[in-house]
Write a protein that binds this ligand. Sequence first.
Ligand SMILES: C[S@@+](CC[C@H](N)C(=O)[O-])C[C@H]1O[C@@H](n2cnc3c(N)ncnc32)[C@H](O)[C@@H]1O
Length: 376
Amino acid sequence: MATRPPLLEIPNKGRPTSPNSFAAPRTSTMSMASAAVRTGSSAEVRVIGLTNRADRASRLRRPLQVASVRPLSLRTIRASSSVAVEPEIQTEKVQNIDGEVFSCPICYEPLIRKGPSGLNLNAIYRSGFKCSRCNKSYSSKDKFLDLTLTAGMKDYVEVKPARTELFRSPLVSFLYERGWRQNFNRSGFPGPDEEFKMAQEYFKPAEGGLLVDVSCGSGLFTRKFAKSGNYAGVIALDFSENMLRQSYDFIKQDETILTGNLALVRADVARLPFSSGSVDAVHAGAAIHCWPSPSTAIAEITRILRSGGVFVGTTFLRYSPSTPLVFRPLRSRILQNFNYGYLTAEEIKDLCTSCGLTNYSSKIQQSFIMFSAQKP
Ligand SMILES: C[S@@+](CC[C@H](N)C(=O)[O-])C[C@H]1O[C@@H](n2cnc3c(N)ncnc32)[C@H](O)[C@@H]1O
């Protein structure tokens, strides 16, 4: 069994001690940009021309290091273009994504980081993050970085609908991969290995990029995405603190995942802590029926995806294709009364396309649906 990294053994190392201590990274980024103006190469023109939030986010990233041999990706091209002095780095390789992928959940301004760089659990745990616009600080709590709107609030406690709160329970989080998830097979879910294979097919255009596993639960698919080596970085994101703790307990059993380009983040799908157009792939397994507002969530997912980025989700349908027409309204009413958020295949397609996603496709087996759509 792999040994635990020194996540909890380095108290406050690298964390900011005062708001001013966050000034350094911003200053050095600015001077890199101004140095670029002075020398006047083609790479510099790209730095000066950065205007949108995604580009500002990539501007905050440090120069990237080559990680491993992978097919050339859009992310590789984009990341290289934001680095003023190393344009020749555009080879057939995936780049290490640095930790500056996070944005403020309040205003979406890219967060300034103080601490060791890198998108890995140890470095993120030892870093402090701050929004220069909202003046709000964020840091890791236990094993995950808390980027919810309520992070750091002392008195206000937010209670979500039961279908979200259920998964915050330590017992449900513990049982999730110990029998709970296996039950889904009875409704037509093909099982994690097959679901992963199907998702990988959809994610082909996003390989080599940054993947966010939204509502990751205990990290069943996060671990598979991280282990595949197909992505420059994987972010496991959930609203449940206990699911994230459980994710960490599984992750620490595999040294390659534990030390890989992986982050554990607490966030609400309705307020994703990423800049617009900064993410290549979003996975949401068995999740949409647990979200308080699927339309807000899919609009958020659409916002963070870059052009060409891919969204893949699975869920339980309100009724399967074999449910007799006569029973469908009754089934809908019963599920509504119990506050279940099960949708129909038509509703899911409508949500995705109305939020501006294209190339919608889906696969259905009994009540199981896997759907995919792309940001144009
Ligand atoms: C059924 S589990 C799915 C876990 C895993 N993705 C899978 O495929 O097995 C649903 C997850 O959605 C998460 N969730 C519910 N509401 C959420 C929200 N508002 N924001 C983010 N995650 C949420 C829950 O905490 C839970 O872990």
